[in-house]
Design a protein around this ligand. Structure first.
Ligand code: C6P
Length: 424
């Protein structure tokens, strides 16, 4: 079956690779209840896995699994080759100059903490400044707050404009010769706002500041080119891009990473150890202490193969269609407020509020209709403070979602209004 001419990809064909999407939830055969079809719209939290990714990890455990780097035997060589191959896949996926710049971590959170602990502790001093934004996930706020506490660094904040976009025109007023780093998200996990990464990087460079891009919500959904971004660090997670949990990436410029001290100490990250001291190893191993998540790294490589096969441009274009549909469906409902920017600045994340209905109640009604969304602050409390709400309901899409699922979302929101909304 080929893609229908009007769509950039064929979600029905692709869904066939995702067994989990084909189930009915809340079935109770003894009571004659056949359940409801699952509509998985919680992809900002984590994504589902195609058979190919699962199979790559089964193959690893059934045929090639062993520890890497250290063992001088056949299986160890197989595992080491497989991990190296995955590293090269990530390198090409990001258009990074060198594979050694790809550090495997446990995820975005660990990648950012690595930079804050290693680079921050080594190179920041009291009086230095770091700029973060008001729309960050806690993973890109708390590590800098902790660094500020440890080192006396001052944090400055780029605000969210009323148009749902970052107030980039005010960025120059936050930058000066003391600015060491600008750390910001490429896509907001709440508003879906796509930030102008290259523009922010260019402004930071003007004062000699480094840049860290939290790409957890962008790498899975649109083409990434770290060289055209011009940034210094990029962090993202495998589990948000049809890969496994427990694996993520920190990409950094080679000379910068090479100037940084290790983050965690242990096996694999050293050159030589004496009883009282050690010398650190080469990149990337310096930042990969201990046994890595071998099967998960291989699974991440398989996820990249799959995403390349579908095409990142097609994924982005298709998600634009889904987001437009969500705006159309939810925007037509009285009492529903959609947060965030207009469609041209927005990725496939739609957070909304329903007047007089708590986000948890909205999510519960949706859940009983088989529709999985997230309700709460989505680990972005300061952003919700800025919006003046404690919580929101969030639908977040991936290439295997359909416009029909979004129609069901709209119908279920109406049901939530009927059940919980204030009766006038
Ligand atoms: N956001 C969400 O539901 P980890 O947990 O390390 O894989 O990713 C952290 C993280 C960092 N930055 C952004 C922009 C993110 O969206 C996330 C994870 C999930 O929005 C879980 S809280």
């Amino acid at each position: 079956m080929s893609a229908p001419p009007t769509l950039p990809l064929d979600p029905v064909l692709l869904r066939a690779d995702f067994p989990i999407l084909h189930q009915r939830v809340y079935a109770n055969p003894r009571r004659g209840n056949e359940g409801v079809r699952l509509a998985y719209l919680d992809n900002g939290a984590t994504t589902q896995h195609p058979r190919q990714v699962v199979q790559s990890m089964v193959d690893c455990y059934e045929r090639t699994y062993s520890n890497v780097h250290r063992g001088a035997h056949y299986l160890s060589a197989q595992s080491t080759d497989a991990v190296n191959a995955a590293r090269e896949k990530v390198q090409r996926f990001l258009n990074a100059p060198r594979a050694e710049e790809v550090i495997f971590t446990r995820g975005t959170t660990e990648s950012i903490n690595l930079v804050a602990r290693s680079w921050g502790d080594a190179f920041c001093q009291a009086g230095d400044e770091i700029v973060v934004t008001e729309i960050e996930h806690h993973a890109n706020l708390v590590p800098w707050q902790q660094l500020a506490e440890r080192k006396g660094v001052k944090l400055r904040h780029l605000r969210l404009g009323d148009d749902g976009q970052l107030d980039v025109p005010s960025l120059p007023s936050l930058l000066n010769e003391r600015t060491r780093l600008v750390a910001f998200t490429a896509v907001s996990n709440v508003l879906g706002t796509i930030t102008p990464v290259a523009e922010i990087v260019a402004q930071a460079k003007r004062v000699g500041a480094l840049t860290l891009v939290d790409a957890a919500q962008s790498v899975p959904h649109m083409r990434t080119d770290v060289q055209s971004w011009g940034c210094d660090f990029v962090a993202f997670s495998g589990h948000k891009m049809i890969g496994p949990t427990g694996v993520g990436v920190l990409w950094g410029r080679y000379d910068l990473l090479d100037s940084m001290p290790p983050f965690l100490g242990g096996g694999g990250m050293i050159d030589r150890v004496w009883l009282d001291r050690f010398t650190p190893g080469e990149l990337p191993h310096r930042f990969e202490a201990g046994t890595p998540a071998i099967a998960e790294i291989i699974g991440l490589g398989a996820a990249i193969d799959y995403l390349n096969h579908v095409g990142l441009d097609a994924i982005h274009a298709y998600e634009q269609i889904l987001t437009a549909k969500a705006h159309e469906v939810l925007g037509a409902l009285p009492g529903v407020t959609i947060w965030g920017p207009s469609l041209e600045h927005k990725a496939g994340i739609v957070s909304f509020s329903v007047a007089d209905v708590h986000p948890s109640d909205v999510a519960n009604v949706l859940d009983l209709a088989g529709i999985a969304v997230r309700a709460g602050h989505h680990c972005a409390m300061p952003l919700h403070d800025r919006l003046g709400i404690p919580a929101s309901t969030r639908a977040s899409f991936y290439f295997y979602n359909t416009t029909e699922e979004i129609e069901r979302l709209g119908e279920a929101v109406v049901r939530a209004q009927e059940m919980f909304g204030r009766k006038s």
